[in-house]
Write a new protein. Structure first.
Length: 244
């Protein structure tokens, strides 16, 4: 799940319990399989596969699981044929959400997504209703405990094509145009700098503070999307205090 590329969301993934981790493993494995089917097993020429493998590494997915997912993608497609779909809607407190899914049953998934929106105080909208509020960006997170030279890191990534560099409490967050993803990842790798997260995501132009009961419902909505096997990613423009 991705809110607005804040470290709190990544920490939430890292602290996930075994049940959630199992779902993350399944979803990333499915993404790897689809990426291989669509673009082949060589990540050099398959950006989607490269992103899926980067996500697998960040989530400590076992190599055996990754290999099985790749083999599945290269084999005969006797399994269910998955389709990609995107839903847009409104969450609690006037927030905007984009939900990406991989499904083998569009009717089931559409009903599930609509139910989750409505159950927690939101509403499913028409295609394009909130998408204009977001821009596709490459986002990298480097933990300060693994590399703490802010000036050196800033110079490195800006030279590689980064658009923005922000120092948070415990991390550095780097934002770039998606076309610069490879160059920045390569520049970091050449210096031995590990990323806690490296992804192409949807970043909102502005954020909405969600508080009180709305924050509670927002968290429940995100958990429900997490629990849905078809949902791959959720992007939002919400901001919530960690305490809430």
């Amino acid at each position: 799940m991705s809110g607005h590329s804040k470290w709190a969301n990544i920490k939430r993934k890292k602290g996930a319990n075994d049940a959630i981790r199992g779902k993350i493993t399944t979803k990333i494995g499915r993404e790897i399989t689809i990426a291989v089917r669509m673009g082949g097993a060589d990540p050099t020429g398959n950006m989607r596969l490269k992103l899926a493998l980067t996500k697998a590494k960040a989530n400590n997915i076992p190599k055996d699981n990754i290999k099985r997912a790749i083999d599945k993608g290269m084999g005969a497609s006797g399994d269910s044929n998955y389709e990609e779909m995107t839903y847009e809607g409104y969450g609690p407190g006037g927030s905007a959400l984009i939900v990406n899914v991989l499904t083998d049953n569009k009717n089931r998934t559409a009903a599930d997504v609509r139910h989750i929106f409505s159950k927690y105080g939101g509403s499913l909208g028409a295609t394009g209703c909130v998408g204009w509020m977001f821009k596709k960006k490459a986002v990298f997170v480097v933990e300060k405990e693994t590399f703490d030279d802010e000036d050196a890191l800033m110079e490195l990534v800006l030279d590689a094509g980064a658009e923005d560099f922000v120092a948070e409490d415990d991390v550095f967050e780097i934002t770039a145009d998606p076309e610069a993803f490879d160059d920045i990842l390569q520049a970091l790798g050449d210096k031995g700098i590990e990323t806690a997260s490296a992804e192409i995501t949807m970043v909102p132009d502005n954020t909405v503070k969600v508080e009180g009961a709305n924050a509670t419902n927002m968290q429940k909505m995100l958990d429900a999307f997490d629990d849905n096997d078809d949902v791959q990613d959720v992007y939002g423009n919400y901001e919530m205090d960690e305490e809430e």
